[in-house]
Design a protein around this ligand. Structure first.
Ligand SMILES: [Ca+2]
Length: 394
C-alpha cells in the first residue's frame, strides 16, 4: 500500500502532503534540521564508512542495555550537540511516510537490493514510537566521571569479565594473533556494550532504522545504516527475524551498526554466517578486525591518569593537541604518584573529561580508537579502565 502515495489520498490532501514533504526536504529545512551533530560529523561519517563505523552517534541508552542501568555517554554527546532548533516535530502523516518509503525503495533498488528483499523487510513496517521516545528522552545523561565509572566498573562486571576472559582464553589468543588486539580490550568492550552479550537489544533493526531515518534530525546517517541493513538481508548474512538490536539499530555483543557489520564481519568459525549475537568467535574476530582497521596499536595501552604539578593552559587540553611524554613532563605533567612519566617517546593528548572531578589523563592513539567507537571520553575511559582491571590477572 505504500508504493504509490498518490493513490492514497484525494487531490487536496495530496497537494497538502506534497507541499509539506517539499518543505521538509527543502534545503531550508535541512539547514534548520541538521542530520548530524553541531560539528557536522554525521555527514562526514556517511562519506567515510570507516569513520562511520566507529562513531555510532546513537548508541542505545535504554536502561540496562549495558547492564547496571548505565547511561550512554554517546547519547550525551548527541544531546549536547543538538542545536535548539532541531525539535521540529515530524509531520506525522501516512502519505508523507508512504512518499518517503517509495523514495527509499527507488534508492535501495538502484543500489542492487532486490524488490523481494526490500518488500519483505519493509512489509508492515512503520516508524516505532518507542524508538523516537528513546531517542528524544535520554534523561540520565548528567552523570559525572566518578558516577559513570562507578557504574561501569562494578564488581559484578569485573568478575563476570574475568570469568569470560578465562572461558574464552584460547579463542581470544587466536584472535589476538590474527588482529593484534589484546583480549582484555575486546572483553571490556563486550562488557560495556552488552554486558557480555546479556543485553543486545530486541527491537527489529529495520523498524528502528526506518524510524530514525524517517525522522529528519539525523536522517542521512540512519538512512545509510538502513540501506546497509537491507544489504545484509540481501546478502543472506542474517535472516530478517534475527536482525534485532537496540533502538538505534546497533547489533550484537559489540553493538555494531549495520555499516560496520557489512564492512568488518568475519565468519570465524566458517559456518557461513557471521553471528555477532551468539558466536564468540565471529563476535571477537569482527571486533578485532574493526579495531585493527581503526588503527589499534598493540602493546601500547591506552594512556594513564596523571598529576599536574602546575596548571596547564587550556590551549594544550583536548584531543587536538599531541605532545610527546617528554614534552608533557616539561610542562609539569607527572605520573599519578608524582614520579616521572615513563615511555618518553609516546605521543599523547591531555584530557580532563570532567571539570568538577578535575582528574587528568594522558591518552594515546588506542584511546582515540576506543573513542571513535563511541565518541565520549567517559565511555573510552570506562572501557580502558575495565580493560586494565581485567588485565591485572593476566
Ligand atoms: Ca560464523
Amino acid at each position: 500500500m505504500m508504493k504509490n502515495p498518490r493513490t492514497l489520498v484525494s487531490l487536496g490532501l495530496t497537494s497538502l502532503g506534497l507541499l509539506l514533504g517539499l518543505l521538509l526536504r527543502s534545503p531550508l529545512a535541512r539547514a534548520a534540521v541538521p542530520t548530524g551533530n553541531a560539528n557536522g560529523e554525521a555527514t562526514l561519517l556517511r562519506q567515510e564508512p570507516r569513520v562511520a563505523a566507529v562513531q555510532n552517534p546513537q548508541r542505545p541508552a535504554e536502561p540496562g542495555l549495558a547492564g547496571d542501568d548505565l547511561p550512554s555517554p554517546r547519547a550525551v554527546d548527541v544531546v549536547q550537540a543538538r542545536p535548539a532548533g532541531d525539535q521540529i516535530p515530524r509531520e506525522d502523516s501516512p502519505w508523507l511516510y508512504a512518499d518517503w518509503l517509495a523514495g527509499l525503495r527507488v534508492e535501495a533498488l538502484a543500489e542492487g537490493i532486490s524488490a523481494a528483499t526490500f518488500d519483505a523487510a519493509l512489509a508492515g513496517v512503520a516508524p516505532l514510537p518507542e524508538v523516537l521516545a528513546s531517542d528524544r528522552n535520554q534523561p540520565e545523561l548528567k552523570l559525572g566521571l566518578e558516577a559513570y565509572l562507578a557504574r561501569l566498573l562494578s564488581e559484578r562486571r569485573l568478575t563476570t569479565g574475568q570469568a569470560q576472559l578465562r572461558h574464552h582464553h584460547q579463542l581470544l589468543l587466536e584472535i589476538q594473533a590474527r588482529y593484534r588486539v589484546e583480549p582484555r580490550f575486546l572483553v571490556a568492550l563486550w562488557g560495556a556494550e552488552s554486558d557480555y552479550g546479556r543485553v543486545t537489544g530486541n527491537l527489529p533493526v529495520v523498524g528502528a532504522l526506518v524510524t530514525l531515518a524517517y525522522d529528519p534530525r539525523r536522517a542521512a546517517y540512519f538512512r545509510a545504516e538502513l540501506l546497509a541493513a537491507l544489504h545484509i538481508l540481501e546478502e543472506h548474512r542474517v535472516t530478517l527475524a534475527d536482525l534485532r538490536g537496540s533502538w538505534a539499530g546497533a547489533m550484537g555483543g559489540l553493538q555494531f551498526m549495520p555499516t560496520v557489520y557489512r564492512r568488518f564481519a568475519v565468519d570465524y568459525n566458517g559456518d557461513g554466517q557471521v553471528d555477532i549475537w551468539r558466536d564468540p568467535g565471529d563476535l571477537f574476530a569482527t571486533g578485532g578486525a574493526y579495531l585493527a582497521d581503526s588503527g589499534w596499536r598493540t602493546g601500547q595501552g591506552w594512556g594513564c591518569e596523571v598529576r599536574l604539578s602546575r596548571p596547564v593552559g587550556p590551549e594544550l587540553l583536548g584531543h587536538g593537541q599531541r605532545l610527546s611524554l617528554a614534552q608533557w613532563r616539561e610542562r609539569g605533567v607527572q605520573a599519578l604518584d608524582g614520579g616521572a612519566l615513563a615511555g618518553l617517546e609516546q605521543e599523547a593528548s591531555l584530557i580532563i573529561p570532567d571539570a568538577a572531578s578535575g582528574r587528568a589523563f594522558l591518552v594515546y592513539e588506542n584511546f582515540r580508537v576506543l573513542r571513535k567507537w563511541n565518541r565520549s571520553d567517559l565511555y573510552a575511559l570506562a572501557v580502558a579502565m575495565l580493560a586494565d582491571r581485567l588485565g591485572e590477572g593476566e
